[in-house]
Write a protein that binds this ligand. Structure first.
Ligand SMILES: [Zn+2]
Length: 338
């Protein structure tokens, strides 16, 4: 296994302290068929439940990723990233995060006996900070936004701290692939027709795409953004020659509650979504809140962003869906911290 540059194809070892190629391209992971990805670091192997729900006449299957050890699907990415890092002899990892990614990496780093440092933007909820500290992570609070935290961590990595960023390090999406395999097993060897996921930084879209590619069939992957922060939606529509109003997609991408900035892997996300015959849609704040309330009435306590998939599924099928369609909505994060 090795990293290679998505632009110039230059190869880098997995333990590189470079965060991207010298040409500026992002890393992707190369795996040979005989390569086994280490998965030794565990906080208990978790198969999350897949439960049916009727939301506004639409039958969906909720994948309860909020029940992961630290409260989000990001544990899948962190488990793999940290396991591989440990197998490479890495002992110090760092990342920037405003929430769940930091918690996941910090928890798995703790389980691996590794040092972890998380750069968080000021204004991160106390609960999130406390969770990081409880896992033994050093928390560096950065003045400014999520993007400032990202700039700050890069200044301090040097050659001693390994960058465990879900956006930059492809080992993260490699771990998220297990979500696709698990769904396939839970559906009795079937691939769902649709999966609705928050776009975020792309690790879920890309991880699902890579995982289902291994299975050999893709569901339609529909990525969701809020209408105030929708760079992926804009790119998706513009590629089709459909003009979008600035007001519909937002100008400022630094809201710590949502997907914060233009995703680093926007082109990779577009490729995954298009290859799957999927779509990108936006939902309003009100639609998000309604979807979170729907989840609550089903007994599921989700963070607001984690309701995006359900909000989108309701919007996507306004008159109901074909009975034979299996529509999966991962509940990506627990509401407990926010
Ligand atoms: Zn390159």
């Amino acid at each position: 296994m090795y990293f290679y540059c998505e632009k110039c194809k230059k190869q880098y070892p997995l333990n590189t302290h470079a965060i991207r190629c010298s040409c500026g391209g992002l890393f992707r992971l190369h795996k040979d068929p005989e390569d086994v990805v280490p998965q030794d670091v565990s906080i208990g192997h978790m198969v999350t439940p897949l439960v049916p729900m009727n939301a506004g006449g639409i039958e969906v299957l909720l994948k309860l990723e909020n029940l992961q050890p630290t409260g989000s699907y990001k544990d899948r990415g962190a488990a793999t990233l940290v396991s591989v890092a440990k197998s490479l002899g890495i002992t110090k990892i760092a990342l920037d995060s405003a929430g769940y990614a930091g918690a996941s990496v910090a928890a798995y780093a703790a389980a691996a006996g590794m040092d972890c440092r998380v750069y968080v933007p000021e204004g991160v909820p106390d609960g999130a900070r406390q969770q990081l500290q409880t896992y033994g992570a050093e928390v560096e609070v950065v003045t400014g936004t999520r993007m400032d935290a990202c700039a700050e961590v890069k200044k301090h990595l040097g050659t001693s701290w390994y960058y465990a960023s879900p956006a930059y390090n492809p080992l993260f999406a490699e771990g998220v692939k297990s979500l696709a395999h698990e769904l396939y097993e839970q559906l009795g060897g079937k691939v769902p027709e649709y999966v609705f996921v928050p776009a975020g930084n792309g690790s879920l879209v890309i991880g699902l795409y890579l995982g289902f590619m291994e299975i050999g069939r893709l569901p339609r992957i529909v990525a969701v953004q809020t209408d105030g922060c929708a760079p992926l939606y804009r790119a998706f529509m513009e590629k089709r020659g459909i003009p979008v109003e600035e007001d519909d997609v937002g100008k400022v991408f630094d809201d710590p509650n949502f997907s914060i900035e233009r995703p680093k892997r926007l082109q990779e996300m577009l490729f995954a979504i298009e290859s799957s015959g999927g779509d990108v849609i936006t939902v309003t704040q009100q639609e998000l809140e309604e979807a979170r309330a729907d989840l609550g009435r089903r007994g599921v306590y989700a963070e607001l962003t984690a309701a995006a998939g359900l909000a989108a599924a309701k919007k996507f099928f306004p008159h109901g869906k074909p009975d034979n369609y299996k529509v999966v909505v991962p509940v990506t994060g627990s509401g407990f911290k926010r």
